[in-house]
Design a protein around this ligand. Structure first.
Ligand code: SAH
Length: 391
C-alpha cells in the first residue's frame, strides 16, 4: 500500500522534476545560477507542491536543547570552536535537560533535538541515562546532534533510545572540508561519511546537510552537495546560509576580500533555491526551515523556508540564561524570544499558509519507506497523504 503510494508519488515527482530538470549535475548547476525571477519563482513553487504531495501540509516542531557549548574542535567557521577563549562555557545538568524536554511535551512537540559542541568531557553514561529518562517520561522522539562519535558510542546511545542523528557533511569538497574542519591532532580522524554509514547500520534516522555559501565553495561544489544528498539516501537534510562569526578565522579573513568569481553567495535567495532543489531531488525527506534562515530575515525566515519545500521548525528550548552562549554565529534567532511567542506567530502564519502543526514524533517518510522496503515492517508517522491524488 505504502509502496504503491510511493510509486504514484514518484511518477508525479518525475513529472515535476522533468519540468524543472534536475537529473544531471549540469541541470542542477543551471538552476543554482538561474537569475530570472520568474524562473526562480517557478522552482520554489514546484518544490512547495512536491512537499505537499510527499510529506503533506503538517509542520513538525522539534524542541532544540543545546546541551553544552564545550567543544574540542577548531572548525574555522564556528563561534564555539575550542580556541575561542572569549566564550563562557556551560553544560546543562540532567534536571535542566529533563525540564526542557518537559516543556517540549507541554507545547505539543513530538521530538527533542539534543545538540552540543564536541564536548570532550561529555559523560556518555550520563547522557544515555538522560535519554532513557526522556523516553520513559514522555513519548518524545530523541534526535542527537553532538558531533563525531565512535561507532561504539553511537551504538550505546541508540540502545538508550536515541531515534535520530544529525551530522552535516558541511561541504562535499573534501579539500575545503579538511581546511575548515581540521582533524584533532593525535586522534584517528573518521570521515563524516563513515559516521553516517554507522548511523544507518545502527538503525538511526539519518540527517546530514550543509552550509550554503562557505567562503571557498564554488557552484560546482554546491551542485555536488545536492547530488550527494540523493546518493546518501538521507532521511533528514538540514541546510542554512553560512553566517560569518567575527571571532573565527573564517569570519575574520573574508571580511575585506573580494570573493572569487565562482564563489557561491550565502544569501537568502541562494539558500531558498538550494532548499527547493533539495525538496525536488529528495521529495520525502524531513527538511527544516533553519534558525540560520530565520537569522537572515528575522520575523519571516521560517515562513520563507516553509514556502519552498521545508516541513520542520526547531524552536529553541535551551534555558534562556545559556542561549546567548551557544553562539555558533552572531545574531542567532531565538536567543531572547520564548518558544511560546514563536509558536503563537507560527500557528497564525501556518493557518494563512494552509499548513498545520503536526501531531506525534514526525518520523521521516523517507525512513519509513526505506524500512518498509527492507521488510522491517511499516510504521506510520501520522502523515495523511491525500488518497485522491492521481498521477
Ligand atoms: N558539534 C555538532 C553540532 C554543530 S552546530 C556538529 O558538528 O555536528 C550545527 C551546525 O551549525 C553545524 O553542522 C554547521 O553546519 C552549522 N554552523 C556552525 N557554524 C555556523 C556558521 N558560522 N554559520 C552558519 N551555520 C553554522
Amino acid at each position: 500500500m505504502l509502496a504503491e503510494k510511493k510509486e504514484t508519488l514518484n511518477k508525479m515527482n518525475g513529472v515535476d522534476r522533468n519540468m524543472i530538470g534536475l537529473e544531471t549535475r549540469a541541470e542542477i548547476l543551471r538552476w543554482l545560477k538561474e537569475d530570472d525571477p520568474e524562473a526562480i519563482r517557478r522552482l520554489l513553487s514546484t518544490a512547495d507542491r512536491v512537499r505537499a504531495l510527499h510529506v503533506g501540509d503538517q509542520v513538525h516542531f522539534r524542541g532544540l536543547i543545546e546541551l553544552s557549548n564545550l567543544c574540542r574542535r577548531a572548525c574555522s567557521y564556528c563561534g564555539i570552536r575550542a580556541p575561542n577563549r572569549g566564550v563562557i562555557r556551560y553544560r546543562l545538568t540532567r534536571e535542566e535537560i529533563l525540564a526542557a524536554a518537559d516543556t517540549a511535551r507541554e507545547m505539543g512537540f513530538g521530538t527533542v533535538t539534543l545538540q552540543s559542541g564536541e564536548d570532550p568531557a561529555l559523560n556518555l553514561h550520563e547522557l544515555c541515562e538522560t535519554i532513557r529518562l526522556i523516553k520513559q517520561h514522555t513519548r518524545l522522539a530523541v534526535t542527537l546532534s553532538i558531533g563525531e562519535r565512535s561507532r561504539n558510542e553511537l551504538a550505546r546511545l541508540r540502545d538508550a533510545g536515541a531515534d535520530r542523528y544529525l551530522l552535516r557533511f558541511e561541504t562535499s569538497n573534501s579539500d575545503l572540508y579538511n581546511a575548515i574542519h581540521p582533524p584533532i591532532p593525535g586522534q584517528i580522524n573518521h570521515d563524516r561519511f563513515d559516521v553516517l554509514r554507522w548511523l544507518d547500520e545502527l538503525g538511526y534516522e539519518i540527517g546530514s546537510g550543509i552550509m550554503v555559501g562557505i567562503p571557498g565553495e564554488t557552484y560546482d561544489d554546491l551542485a555536488r552537495d545536492l547530488e550527494l544528498f540523493r546518493e546518501l539516501n538521507l532521511d533528514m537534510i538540514g541546510l542554512g546560509p553560512y553566517i560569518p562569526h567575527p571571532e573565527t578565522p573564517m569570519g575574520r579573513c573574508m571580511k575585506d576580500l573580494d570573493p572569487p568569481p565562482d564563489q557561491t553567495p550565502n544569501s537568502l535567495e541562494m539558500t531558498l533555491k538550494v532548499l527547493a532543489i533539495t525538496r525536488l531531488i529528495c521529495p520525502d525527506v524531513n527538511l527544516p526551515s533553519t534558525t540560520a534562515l530565520e537569522t537572515l530575515t528575522p520575523d519571516n525566515g521560517y515562513e520563507n523556508g516553509l514556502a519552498c519545500g521545508a516541513n520542520v521548525i526547531m524552536p529553541n528550548l535551551t534555558p534562556v540564561k545559556y542561549r546567548a552562549l551557544y553562539e555558533i554565529y552572531p545574531g542567532k534567532a531565538g536567543q531572547t524570544r520564548m518558544a511560546s511567542e514563536l509558536m503563537r506567530r507560527m500557528i497564525d502564519n501556518l493557518r494563512t499558509m494552509g499548513r498545520k502543526p503536526a501531531i506525534g514524533p514526525g518520523k521521516s517518510t523517507h525512513y519509513l519507506l526505506r524500512h518498509a522496503a527492507d521488510g522491517k515492517g511499516v510504521e506510520t508517522n501520522g502523515i495523511e497523504i491525500d488518497e485522491s491524488i492521481e498521477p
